[in-house]
Design a protein around this ligand. Structure first.
Ligand SMILES: Cc1ncc(COP(=O)(O)O)c(C=O)c1O
Length: 470
């Protein structure tokens, strides 16, 4: 295929994407059923033995995606942290794919590496991290948190790089709240720490890590001969958007001599707003931070960021030398020696373009608008008699029905699941079930910049119907 045909193909793809964006809000947010049988039947004809015209294949693919999937870009998707990508971000994806710079070696892609570094430094500055902060773009939050564990182990244990966990005299353990994102368990599994190394600290009534319980666990672990090496504070928990007490956690980490990581995968975005930024107070004391651009910064997946002021520990964690890679220089470290990944796509371009074209103040205005809509949603649900179950200034609202709750936990779990099913299967909105510290609830998160006050009212109405007919 030559460039001219390529241009026709891309134009057709762009037109389909634009049409999707225009029309997604008119259809259901989610399909009535998964449709696995029908999807496989359609794919059975795709044997790849016969070439097909793009005019035929592209619309079929788009139609499959339209029919069989939850529309995270729908204005009434009140779902997980999957936002509607910005057009700048989509353009960044296209350019990154087309030019395909290889970000493993600095010398292969100096412009791309420097653009990413520029964005990472900008983010570090907004978070109040030291000017020496370095970092790397990751696939997402889980990879950024994995990077944090590896850097923390490397900083704490001199022998870890060579002999790993098995070479340590005592078993290392890390602390994160029971409401933290449980990629920690997978990470502990992957790094050889073992899942038991993750000490999930109970939360208080506001679902924030309970520091009294943390101290007690720490003392007990020391007494049992374990070796604490990492304390995680979550800024914006996945279920309820709770903000752990970062300054207090930073002080404890310093006192204990352990690495302090802040998982701000979702809420780190508020660093872009002067008004909301104080919510992250304490993050500037972190030894490392996770912020996902593909969450509240509305970049297409995947674009996570891992930041750390410990540049040397970062390079020590991922160092390797080979004859076949272009030579590194100390001043210009190659990204493959500061990242879990080796070959790496230009994930940072979509964030660079969005920030460069929209500008930070526009981002701030959007984030502040989302927070206001979250407040409206919370107010309207309270007026309709729902009980708010979470406690956060961020736009995640978890509610429960008081009567269903009064009938006991088992009944409440089933009742809320049925109510969510009613809303989702109506196609009117997408909301989810959640258990906050074991309390069943319905979770609604403002994730799309397309969401309006009317959409907020619509989801309140849909929940009202679910309550009446559920
Ligand atoms: C607080 C938090 N940390 C980490 C992650 C993992 O991020 P990702 O899914 O991008 O790997 C999530 C995902 O929702 C999250 O909410």
């Amino acid at each position: 295929m030559g460039a001219e045909e390529g241009a026709r193909l891309l134009t057709a793809a762009v037109n389909l994407v634009v049409r999707h964006a225009r029309q997604v809000g008119d259809g259901p947010v989610a399909p009535e059923e998964l449709g696995t049988g029908a999807i496989r039947q359609w794919l059975a004809d795709q044997d790849f033995d016969v070439a097909q015209q793009p005019e035929h294949v592209l619309p079929e693919v788009m139609e499959a995606l339209r029919r069989w999937g939850v529309h995270t870009t729908h204005p009434r998707y009140f779902g997980l942290f999957n936002p509607t990508p910005t057009w700048w971000g989509i353009a960044g994806e296209l350019i990154a794919a087309g030019v395909n710079p290889q970000l493993a070696a600095y010398s292969h892609a100096p412009a791309a590496v420097e653009m990413e570094r520029h964005v990472l430094r900008f983010m570090a500055g907004r978070l109040g991290l030291p000017a020496t902060t370095e970092g790397t773009f990751t696939v997402g939050g889980a990879e950024a948190n994995l990077s944090a564990v590896i850097v923390a182990l490397t900083r704490r244990f001199e022998t870890y790089p060579q002999t790993g966990v098995r070479g340590l005299p005592r078993r290392p353990v890390l602390y994160a709240s029971a409401e933290s994102h449980l990629a920690w368990l997978k990470i502990a599994h992957m790094t050889g720490l073992g899942r038991e190394a993750v000490r999930l600290v109970p939360v208080n009534g506001a679902h924030r890590l309970d520091t009294r319980r943390l101290r007690a666990m720490y003392e007990a672990d020391l007494a049992a001969g374990l070796e604490p090496f990492l304390l995680v504070g979550t800024a914006g928990t996945t279920a309820g958007g709770a903000l752990d007490p970062l300054p207090e956690l930073a002080a404890l980490a310093r006192q204990w001599g352990v690495h302090f990581h802040v998982d701000a995968a979702w809420a780190g975005a508020v660093a872009l707003s002067d008004r909301l930024r104080p919510l992250l107070a304490g993050v500037e004391l972190a030894d490392s931070v996770t912020v996902d651009a593909h969450k509240w910064l509305s970049a297409p997946m995947g674009a996570g960021m891992f930041l750390t002021p410990h540049a040397r520990a970062l390079s020590e964690s991922f160092r390797v030398a080979t004859s076949y890679m272009p030579a590194e220089s100390d001043e210009l470290p190659d990204p493959y020696v500061t990242s879990v990944q080796w070959s790496r796509r230009f994930a940072g371009l979509k964030v660079f373009l969005a920030l460069a074209i929209a500008g930070r103040p526009a981002y701030a205005a959007q984030l502040e608008r989302d927070v206001r809509l979250g407040e409206l949603l919370a107010r309207r649900l309270a007026e309709e008699g729902w009980t708010r179950v979470n406690d956060t200034p961020l736009p995640v609202v978890c509610v429960a029905d008081p009567e269903a709750e009064a009938a006991g936990r088992e009944h409440s779990t089933a009742w809320h699941a049925a109510a969510v099913h009613h809303v989702v299967s109506s196609g009117q909105a997408w909301v989810s079930t959640v258990q906050l510290a074991g309390r069943p609830a319905i979770r609604l998160c403002l994730t799309s910049h397309r969401t309006t006050e009317d959409d907020v009212e619509a989801v309140v109405t849909a929940l009202g119907h679910a309550r009446k007919h559920g």
